[in-house]
Design a protein around this ligand. Structure first.
Ligand code: ZN
Length: 198
């Protein structure tokens, strides 16, 4: 049996969410209509507002409702340090550590030629302008330790070299509280290679 046209459209629209297949989308739609109409209306309202009003910070590309985000506007932060991350969630994670007081650049992805994601898609032109014009003395590469993340870090380090800017890569390490015998070989070999003086 087919549902009404509007319900069919709702189910189809919900499928754009990550990890939501046809069955889950159907369950979500029916749940909202059966017992969550107010929540559904609130969701629709906030979804529309977010889609229409959230843009990107002109400097770091993080999602922002104004031309510049709070971090880029903060005068107490060290503008000579630029931490490059893949996603806005990475900024949140680093901010939670309380250990970093520099600025960020958010790629909103990573180089992945097979998926058609090249330098243009991850804002390299904007990053190049920042490196050219800014007073950046160090670029911290905090892309993920995946094949694509490493390739992206390498690409950006080559770019920074053109402007004689120092680049550093976040360290790989053994998770705090874990044991060596349970650490995967890749992490352990990186931890040994990148060992530091104490
Ligand atoms: Zn910003």
């Amino acid at each position: 049996m087919r549902f009404s046209p509007l319900l069919e459209q709702l189910v189809e629209s919900l499928r754009c969410l990550p990890g939501v297949g046809p069955k889950t989308a159907q369950r979500m739609a029916l749940q909202l209509l059966t017992r969550g109409r107010e929540n559904g209306k609130s969701l629709a309202r906030h979804l529309t507002l977010a889609m229409e009003q959230i843009g990107h910070c002109q400097d770091c590309r993080i999602f922002s409702e104004s031309t510049h985000c709070e971090i880029c506007l903060a005068t107490h932060r060290d503008a000579s340090l630029l931490c490059v991350v893949e996603n806005p969630a990475d900024v949140t994670a680093i901010e939670l550590t309380g250990c970093y007081r520099g600025k960020y650049f958010v790629l909103l992805g990573r180089l992945s030629p097979l998926d058609g994601i090249g330098p243009e898609e991850i804002g390299i032109a904007k990053l190049k302008t920042l490196l050219e014009n800014g007073n950046i003395r160090e670029v911290i590469l905090a892309t993920n330790p995946t094949v694509e993340g490493e390739a992206t870090a390498h690409y950006i380090s080559e770019l920074a070299k053109q402007f004689a800017i120092k680049t550093t890569r976040i360290a790989y390490g053994i998770p705090i509280g874990s044991e060596l015998e349970h650490t995967d070989i890749g992490t352990l070999s990186h931890a040994l290679t990148g060992r530091d003086v104490i």
